[in-house]
Design a protein around this ligand. Structure first.
Ligand SMILES: [Zn+2]
Ligand SMILES: [Zn+2]
Length: 128
């Protein structure tokens, strides 16, 4: 399989996923149908795709990086129990921008990560 074909394969896998997969999750999904694929190739292509801004890398402390094929600006909820990552579509980036005051510093970028116990984990907890 040539390089650009591998890259599109990886890109499409991220694009169709809503779970914000990690490199090893992408690798294990693709591996069975693409036995020649290596984990190193997956990492290399994820780096290239992130640099091209076709996907977004989501970093959280002490956890593997996750990847998002949805490039429109949005924030994320991170479940501290199951490590799930969920789109925070109920938080509008425009509203967040409004609350950042105009000031003497020039803002280049900012991040908003919301840590939570997700709906699924809460449901499982109460049923125990
Ligand atoms: Zn959870
Ligand atoms: Zn997302």
């Amino acid at each position: 399989m040539n390089y650009s074909k591998q890259r599109e394969l990886i890109y499409n896998e991220i694009k169709k996923s809503v779970s914000h997969p990690s490199a090893s999750e992408i690798y294990s999904h693709l591996k069975s149908e693409n036995p020649s694929l290596s984990l190193g190739t997956v990492y290399r292509n994820l780096k290239l795709l992130s640099e091209d801004k076709r996907i977004t890398k989501l970093s959280s402390p002490n956890k593997p990086d996750r990847f998002d094929g949805r490039t429109v600006e949005h924030y994320h909820y991170y479940c501290t129990q199951c490590s799930g990552v969920f789109d925070a579509d109920d938080i509008s980036p425009d509203e967040i921008k409004k609350i950042i005051p105009k000031q003497k510093h020039q803002i280049i970028s900012y991040e908003l990560s919301i840590y939570c116990i997700c709906e699924n984990c809460l449901t499982n907890e109460t049923s125990c």
